[in-house]
Design a protein around this ligand. Structure first.
Ligand SMILES: Nc1nc2c(ncn2[C@@H]2O[C@H](COP(=O)(O)OP(=O)(O)OP(=O)(O)O)[C@@H](O)[C@H]2O)c(=O)[nH]1
Ligand SMILES: [Mg+2]
Length: 241
């Protein structure tokens, strides 16, 4: 206690972490989801970012390009409203809204409940749009194969070091709204450098849902991961036949 009060005097409080068991329970459910997706050969992506970084718009553009080639389903988490799911349905993608009722992230058990309400048969790609928040969703594994984080050019290039857990746990960083870069003091190089110092494995490139920059590259990235997943699925099927 004495240590904590001295930290308070310096303007810092070290809080005890009481959520360890909750996260452990989440991980069990996430692992069950991962196994279920593996048994069906479905690629599961978890898209995260701050509020308003362009997740739904990117998924609309993705859907427009890939919906005739792939069977895509989207689960979208928000505190309130069905607006994002409606936007995705408008471009012809089957989308189910998960309304968290105030919770600032999606948990694996929410995904498990939502999965009871969608047809997984023949699905190729299941995408989760997480609640817009760069903090809490970082701690919750949803059973995804890959986590993709958007960082919009309007948010500032300093975010990877300030919110490291999200970047540490992500496989791909998309610098979104790149069409606005000419108007903003945002260095793509600095943001990517910081993200790769936090997580040397993270891939990164810029996208704009407005002018289309990087969208083909994003779709190719996604298709390559899907192909790898399908291949592993087919090999397992052959081995067990
Ligand atoms: N200039 C520009 N604006 C964009 C781009 N993508 C999205 N927007 C705009 O940014 C705003 C937020 O976009 P959304 O796609 O709703 O963002 P989101 O991350 O899904 O938001 P939440 O679900 O609320 O977290 C909207 O006004 C979009 O039109 C982009 O590439 N460039
Ligand atoms: Mg959205």
């Amino acid at each position: 206690m004495a240590e904590k009060s001295s930290k308070t005097a310096r303007g810092t409080v070290a809080c005890d972490n009481t959520t360890v068991q909750l996260l452990k329970a989440n991980d069990f459910v996430a692992e069950a989801i991962r196994k279920e997706m593996a048994s069906r050969g479905i690629l599961l992506l978890n898209i995260t970012s701050s509020a308003g970084s362009g997740k739904t718009t990117l998924l609309q553009e993705t859907g427009k390009r890939l919906k005739d080639r792939l069977n895509i389903k989207i689960l979208v988490g928000d505190l309130e409203t069905e607006r994002d799911a409606e936007r995705l349905r408008e471009v012809g993608i089957e989308a189910l809204q998960i309304v968290t009722g105030g919770i600032c992230h999606l948990e694996a058990q929410m995904i498990l409940q939502a999965l009871q309400n969608i047809e997984l048969k023949d699905t190729d790609l299941l995408i989760i749009e997480n609640v817009g928040n760069l903090v809490c969703p970082a701690s919750f594994d949803l059973g995804e194969d890959y986590r993709i984080t958007l960082l919009a050019s309007t948010e500032g290039d300093d975010k990877p070091k300030k919110y490291p857990r999200m970047f540490f746990t992500s496989d791909l960083l998309l610098i979104s709204k790149s069409d606005l870069l000419p108007h903003l003091p945002f260095s793509v190089e600095a943001a990517i450098k910081d993200a790769q110092e936090v997580n040397p494995e993270i891939e990164a490139f810029s996208v704009s849902s407005l002018n289309g920059e990087g969208i083909d590259r994003w779709c190719s990235w996604l298709l390559e991961k899907l192909e790898q997943k399908k291949k592993a699925f087919a090999e397992r099927q052959r081995a067990s036949a």
